[in-house]
Design a protein around this ligand. Structure first.
Ligand code: BG6
Length: 474
């Protein structure tokens, strides 16, 4: 279904995010017929380009996409460019004039720039009459680096926009399986009655990456896995797994429930957390970030509890890291053993595991116990009930949309359900701040782990001490 005509201005329109994610996502939505012909997408940046040279830049970046077919010229036709520097007055009147008189079209401004510029951008928009009640602004992580800086960003935005106009992206919420997680939890009768500490032994959330820090060394070395991944992506996954059913699938209903989860999180004890840093002769983390004494973690494993009625007693284990053995994001809900085996010890015992795979091979698997086939005795094995979304989507002839496609279209549709609210982000920082402060106070040094491994051995010990094991990363 096509969205209404809109104007989308991308500040930082020549940057990596715009070129690598936002514009390809828009192109795919265009190809799918969702973007009307009179929509306008305006790239704005400091580079000295014009409409044509910007279109050429974007066309180059979209070349791999175009192979799959699609009207590239049509899409380039809705693109424009404006040379704008947030620190300079030039360019703004022209942008304002271009956007004037578009009636009640949706106008959205994507702040694809360093967070330090959000306040100044918001002010400029206001000064040029571009911050009306219908305006929407989109911001990306990192949303601050601690509670104090997140509060400042929220305050700077709130000075010009209502919360209902601010779309804070966590792209994990746009991932197909993350939304499916809610469909599975709240669309079925089967799982929800068991979804509590009486039946769930523990929950594992793993986001393993094979990539290193790439060209983002300067940012990453100041952030580390805790700020870069745990405070946002893993925390959002934890919220969706743990929250109470919202009354409706609507923005504030959902975000209220997520906020309650974050507020109920126990502080993490120092011995319940393992930090790691990948190592390899000549190609380790420290070389990658150009800081031979860096104490920043590229890996985190931790255990936490949610102190509420549903989850007291069920630990949540979270881990994420770079340069691990495989790319794999999966949530494992580990059910308890059956209380008693009627088949005797020799039959073996298997607990149910519900695995929600975010990437790759999106899908959901439920391990159930059955009798080992054949004429032998009564021996038990577990088999997966597998629901692979790739197959299901292929069968239905659906394209699997990238997270950004879904999220950008939601901005245009004015649906904030999959975006983070300001208080949620602050609550998440309030939980991570003391953990990070503790490391700094103790001068904590991350444990080395091999490039291409499953992370530091201490992460295994964290589980073993509790009589548990991580599910395999591959
Ligand atoms: C980003 C982090 O938010 O998410 C990156 O800054 C990380 O460090 C990326 O690599 C992972 O996203 P995805 O979609 O590839 O799992």
């Amino acid at each position: 279904i096509p969205v209404d005509p809109f104007d989308l201005v991308i500040f930082g329109g020549t940057g990596d995010l715009a070129i690598g994610k936002i514009l390809p996502a828009l192109f795919r939505r265009w190809r799918a017929g969702q973007i009307p012909e009179d929509a306008r997408v305006i790239g704005a940046a400091r580079a000295d380009l014009d409409d044509d040279s910007y279109r050429a830049l974007v066309a180059g970046a979209l070349a791999p996409e175009v192979g799959a077919g699609g009207d590239l010229d049509g899409f380039l036709g809705i693109l424009e460019y404006r040379r704008i520097d947030v620190g300079e007055a030039a360019g703004w009147p022209d942008l304002a004039a271009r956007l004037a008189g578009s009636g009640d079209r949706v106008q959205a401004f994507y702040f694809s720039v360093a967070p330090g510029l959000y306040g100044a951008l918001a002010e400029r928009l206001q000064a040029h009459g571009l911050a009306g009640a219908g305006t929407r602004v989109v911001v990306e992580k990192p949303f601050g680096s601690d509670l104090a800086s997140a509060r400042t960003l929220n305050r700077d935005l709130a000075a010009h926009f209502d919360e209902g106009q601010i779309y804070r992206i966590d792209h994990y919420l746009g991932k197909e399986t993350v939304q499916n997680l809610m469909a599975v939890r709240f669309g079925n009768m089967l799982f929800e009655p068991l979804w509590n500490s009486q039946y769930v032994d523990h929950i594992q959330i793993t986001v393993a990456e094979t990539v290193g820090v790439g060209g983002r060394g300067a940012y990453y070395d100041g952030a580390g896995a805790m700020r870069d991944m745990v405070q946002n992506h893993l925390m959002q996954l934890l919220c969706l797994i743990a929250m109470e059913p919202p009354a409706r699938f609507a923005p504030d209903e959902l975000r209220d429930e997520k906020l309650k989860v974050i507020r109920a999180l126990d502080p993490v004890l120092p011995h319940h957390i393992v930090r790691g840093q990948y190592e390899q002769e000549g190609d380790g983390y420290r070389a990658a970030v150009g800081n031979p004494r860096s104490r920043t973690e590229s890996y985190i494993a931790l255990k936490t509890h949610i102190s509420n009625w549903r989850w007291a007693g069920t630990p949540f284990y979270l881990r994420t890291g770079k340069r691990l053995v495989a790319r794999s994001s999966v949530i494992n809900v580990m059910f308890k053993d059956a209380p008693h085996s009627i088949f005797g010890a020799e039959a073996g015992r298997h607990a149910n595991v519900l695995s929600i795979r975010l990437q790759p091979n999106e899908g959901i698997t439920l391990k159930v116990t059955i009798k080992e086939p054949g004429p032998g005795g009564m021996r038990l094995v577990d088999v997966p009930l597998d629901m692979s979304f790739a197959e299901a989507l292929a069968a239905e002839d659906h394209d699997r949309p990238d997270a950004y496609e879904r999220l950008i279209m939601d901005v245009i549709r004015g649906n904030q359900t999959l975006f983070m609210r300001g208080d949620e982000v602050e609550a998440a920082w309030a939980w991570t701040d003391p953990i990070i402060a503790g490391w700094e106070a103790r001068g904590d040094v991350p444990k080395p782990y091999d490039n291409g491994s499953t992370g530091p051995g201490d992460a295994e010990l964290l589980m073993q001490r509790d009589g548990r094991r991580w599910q395999g990363i591959k």
